[in-house]
Design a protein around this ligand. Structure first.
Ligand code: 5GP
Ligand code: ZN
Length: 135
């Protein structure tokens, strides 16, 4: 399934040219146009899924294997010191392009990439509520 109005459908399927690092029958891996750091790349499935919530299970299983393969290779090429794998779902979580994608962000000692959050103490009531509802 493709979405005619989706820019990542067009990029993933080659209708719009991109800086492609890797391609197979399921995915295209491209350099991000606005990188958080040198080498910031995106994994795009060729089929259209809005985000993780509707991603096909078989593709979901393959995407982390591909992320492992790509980051292992790219860390040698880029000589970076670490990697963040980031994947945003829905606007409130920072998603701006509504075609599933996984960010692979190389990290370099002393870089200014801002991916942190303020950490709070786990509340007892939250813990009890979530544990009682999840099972
Ligand atoms: P999101 O905020 O949805 O998790 O990430 C969207 C990402 O796609 C951003 O990092 C943005 O820079 C990147 N992006 C948006 N449009 C294009 C494009 O046309 N080409 C490429 N290569 N990256 C894009
Ligand atoms: Zn799409």
């Amino acid at each position: 399934m493709k979405d005619d109005n989706c820019i990542f459908c067009k990029i993933a399927n080659g209708a719009i040219p991109s800086a492609t690092l890797y391609e197979d029958e399921d995915f295209r891996v491209i350099l991000d146009l606005n990188p958080a750091s040198k080498g910031h790349a995106l994994i795009l499935p060729k089929e259209h899924y809005r985000n993780l919530f509707d991603l096909d299970d078989a593709l979901a299983a393959k995407v982390l294997v591909l992320a492992k393969k790509m980051t292992c290779k790219l860390k040698e090429i880029l000589r970076c010191d670490g990697y963040n794998i980031v994947q945003n779902n829905e606007e409130e979580a920072g998603q701006t392009v509504f075609h599933f994608h996984m960010h692979m962000i190389p990290r370099y000692k002393g870089d200014k990439v801002g991916l942190g959050w303020h950490m709070e103490q786990l509340k007892e009531e939250d813990k009890e509520e979530i544990l009682s509802k999840v099972k």
